[in-house]
Design a protein around this ligand. Sequence first.
Ligand code: BGC
Length: 676
Amino acid sequence: MNDDRSDLELSKLPFMDMNLDIESRVEDLLQRLTLQEKFTLSSGMKWWYTKPIERLGIRSFAMHDGPHGVRVDNEGKIKSTYFPSAICRSATWNLDLSEKFGIAIAQEIRDVGAHMLLAPGINIQRTPMCGRTFEYQTEDPYLNKKLAVAVVKGVQSQRIAACIKHFICNNQETNRFTVSSEVSERALQEIYYPAFKAAVQEADAWSVMSSYNKINGIYGAENKHLLTEVLRDEWGFKGFVVTDWVATRWGTTTESCVNAGLTLEMPSAIKYDPKKMLQAYEEGKFSLDTFDENVKRLLRVMFLVGLFDKENTLLKGSRNTPEHQTLAREIAEEGIVLLKNTGALLPLDLEKVRKIAVIGPTAKRKTYLGGGSSSNFPPYEVKPIRGIKNKCQDHVELVTTPSEADVTLVFVGLQHKEGGDAENWDKDSFNLPLDQIELINETVKDNPNTIVINTSGSPVSMIEWIDKVPAVLQAWYGGMEAGNAIAAIIFGDTNPSGKLPITFPKKLSDSPGHTSKRTYPGNEKVFYEEGIFVGYRHFDTKNIKPIFPFGHGLSYTNFKYENLEINKDKVSGEEVFNITIEITNSGNHVGAEVVQLYIQDVECSIERPVKELKGFKKVKLKPSEKKTIKFEIGKENLSFFDENDNCWKAEKGLFKILIGSSSRDIRLQGEIEYLG
Ligand code: BGC
């Protein structure tokens, strides 16, 4: 090989030819790499990079966290837009916003010279105690997959790779490096796989991050069943698998990872140390074909992101732009959920209110620091108090004594830190801190017009105060524009339209994962004994009333649902049927509603949930405006996974079509018969 090849000579090699198809470029480059160079490419350096191979002009492939903004360093030297946390984006139920978010964050990745975003995090929210609930999207597999596809499409439209993570069943942080998630095939298929599968099949995700934890006894990074049989063979995945950071420190061997289909070990070589790789190879522990297939996948993504292409042919990056900040604000506004609003206390009328008391620890708190890999450093963050002040100046007097005020805003919530909403630790309590509970209870005694604004990335107990308080907003972690977004909702500039992507239980023991220590947090193993009955599937089936159900969220206007029509009574085989309903804004504010479609299998040979989300549409309506909403439903939406026959099945019989404003506010019902 010629080590002194000039740039000019390199540029003439076939893999550098931008007009050649990607597969030919990959093949050409692969056969030019020596075995040592392939080993070199298989593990990372300096936390975020692959090692360059200068001889062939292969630059470092760079990747950064994370789900809410680009984080290049831990000191905040490089600033980036801080978007609302994933649970807040999910609460918008607005796929368009998720796609725009994907585009914007990819532009920021491009702007820092990188090629892959380590996001979205699409693990299912199995328990409200998981420290990373804020970072994941939802408890429901259908909503999860729709959101995941939108984000991945957005990111990759910019020729930046999305890395869907963490594959799979990384649903808690307790013992995350070593615990084995003991989960049934049916639960994998119906609950935990769908978003990963759809992101691969419908959005062609270019990368998957394997999980730290074991899945049924085998670590994510060496799980051949998951990485090869499921991802590649069944789903047709064309991208590469990367480890979670330092995951290979625990268990695993060089050959178990290579043979499983793991391409890249990050952030540096442990099991993929070139010497260990050579030894394993020479001892015949893996074949060149198997290894080449892993390497090829990284090369393919390198071409897809334009690593070898001329800079001026790539889409331009951008970062910290007013457009991205406006998008962060839009997501925050649409994601805030109005949980309760007795007597239409909200929105507040700036012309009528004279004095507002603003109290509580989270009014003045920034949220961006801490919380692990999904934290980032924005150029600014609008705290809630700033947002309220921006709106109230020259109109309303702001005080701190509830008894003196017309209305009191109490800001409570958790923090991105150990014991709160944070990576590496689960929450240490389902409750808000005791002093906050006392603050709410004391305040409401002094001022009945008390509005609670809860800033948390996961459900918290509200039972201690919810009945006493007339109005509650769930504000999540709303990103760098959170304060302005909260103010826009409080003063009615924006009509709330967020809906809960996760059930808020009355008490933790009501939650499906919390029936015993085996089911959470487990020890060496955590048993997913609830099977498919995760989230509202559990609450509905066991008839447990949550404090706020999945899909719940109020508006300042009202929506009238009517005229459900199903175009067929009976369907068979792969036939699809159409459902239409009419929805009217019957109130006085412009508003958006998320129309939710659930299906119930009336007769089935195995236990199925009372209902399952199978469609939703977000629709914006002016007062008195009416729109027709259409859903298309087919066999896939009627099916369950049959473990005996190891396949998806739809059984003959009746299915109820339930259309509602939340999972527990069903407004219209119909029925179809599936003939098989
Ligand atoms: C997290 C990943 C993250 C990685 C790199 C890990 O600890 O689990 O989600 O992408 O670190 O920061």
